[in-house]
Design a binder for this molecule. Structure first.
Ligand SMILES: C=C(O[C@@H]1C=C(C(=O)O)C=C[C@H]1O)C(=O)O
Length: 402
């Protein structure tokens, strides 16, 4: 556990309003940035006032909440803005599988934020001078297979189809990875800038080396109001949306995801509104069936409590959840790390926004590990699912190659 200022010495936090800050991502000074930006609004952060690697295991969300409480409750907070995301915030990324190590929480030393025309700056401890170094693009990119070749992955999909038609489960989301090697060290800021301009509708994020632009909002928590955007059912952009709406496979795949979210949220909510029918979310590469679920929490649960109840939804796990996790472990032959896990931020009031870490890559030095997955149903065609995974990989390929 690293706590730069020490648990015994409380964080001294100051939030002040600032004039318009321009492009948030362009303000990031170094190569280990924190970001959560959509349509230009959001939070970016740098430096580390406190940070921790969350121990893996089934109690990891409870452990993370306890750690955050100890930091936030002891903090000496001077907050002139008092909006979600003002005062101290922690950025976090949790691994998909509770058994995988690598979940992290970081309270940046500096956070710059904008929301609906208001901007603010939060600093912890002494002010420091942060120089914005020039952003370098990664140069030429070479790709190699991840854990499975395309053919092996198609075979895994075919095996999953057999498990489904044989009655072991209804739906499983299978993912694959792709390794990219660049000419030089990959500066996450170069990727963030490209992602934010090409995918403004998505949440462009960076936490602990995991960089991406996800369209899927796991949960936004503002006071007692919560909101989630459930995605499942995909076709290439440009294909007739009617095919997606009329496809029984895609409709059922979507119903599985929405049901998992409704079942997770219902016990926490006094009201919950789940649309009867999905809408269409069109992105530059793919289009999805999308359901916006809204609700009101019945008590003071924090955003992390809600994340803990929801993860993993059937949009990235499957139905039933535990069987899907078993099949994923059996067939993918890889550790997903933070891919398909919750990623986002939380403030000291318990407000925050968390997405499902999709359309992303884990960056280390000159290497990026890209991930993409697809919901597999009894009718799935392995070649079609491979094409869908490739379309989803285009997001990070574009971020790397421009
Ligand atoms: C698993 C991914 O995406 C998920 C799977 C989808 C599907 O199979 O239709 C759609 C959106 C996401 O919930 C991914 O992008 O890697």
């Amino acid at each position: 556990m690293s706590v730069a200022l020490g648990l015994q010495r409380p964080l001294v936090v100051r939030t002040v309003p600032v004039d318009d800050v321009g492009d948030l991502i362009a303000r990031l000074p170094d190569s280990a940035p924190y970001a959560w930006v959509r349509h230009g609004d959001g939070l970016v952060g740098w430096g580390e006032a406190a940070g921790v690697t969350v121990p893996h295991g089934p109690g990891r969300f409870a452990w993370a909440r306890a750690w955050l409480n100890s930091i936030f409750q002891a903090a000496d907070i001077h907050d002139e803005v008092r909006l979600p995301g003002s005062g101290p915030v922690a950025f976090g990324s949790f691994t998909f599988d509770p058994g995988s190590p690598g979940s992290t929480l970081v309270v940046p030393r500096t956070v710059l934020a904008r929301r609906d025309g208001r901007a603010w700056l939060t600093t912890i401890g002494e002010e420091t001078l942060d120089l914005v170094t020039p952003v370098r693009t990664p140069g030429r990119i070479r790709y190699s297979d991840g854990s499975l070749t395309s053919m092996e992955w198609e075979h895994a999909v075919a095996t999953a189809v057999k498990e489904i038609t044989g009655g072991r489960l209804d739906k499983v989301v299978l993912a694959r990875d792709l390794i990219a090697t660049a000419d030089r060290r990959i500066d996450p800021r170069a990727l963030l800038a490209r992602l934010a301009s090409r995918y403004p509708e998505c949440y462009t994020f960076s936490v602990g080396g995991l960089v991406g632009a996800t369209p899927e909002l796991l949960v936004r928590h503002t006071g007692r109001a919560i909101e989630s955007l459930v995605l499942a059912g995909t076709s290439p952009t440009g294909a007739d949306p009617a095919d997606l709406f009329c496809s029984e496979k895609n409709q059922y795949e979507h119903v599985c995801a929405v049901t998992s979210v409704r079942d997770a949220l219902a016990p926490l909510c006094e009201t919950l509104d789940v649309p009867d029918r999905p809408e269409l979310l069109v992105l530059p590469n793919v289009q999805h069936l999308a359901s916006r679920v809204t609700g009101r929490l019945s008590d003071g649960a924090s955003v992390l409590d809600v994340v803990a109840a929801m993860h993993p939804t059937a949009a990235v796990g499957g139905t039933p959840t535990e069987t899907a996790l078993e099949v994923i472990r059996e067939l993918e032959d890889m550790d997903r790390g933070g891919y398909a896990g919750p990623v986002g931020w939380i403030d000291a009031r318990g407000d925050g926004e968390w997405g499902i870490a999709l359309r992303c890559a884990a960056i280390t030095g000159d290497r990026a590990r890209l991930f993409a997955g697809c919901g597999i149903m009894g009718e799935s065609d392995p070649a079609g699912e491979l094409a869908e995974a490739q379309a989803k990989l285009r997001v990070m390929r574009y971020a790397l190659e421009g």
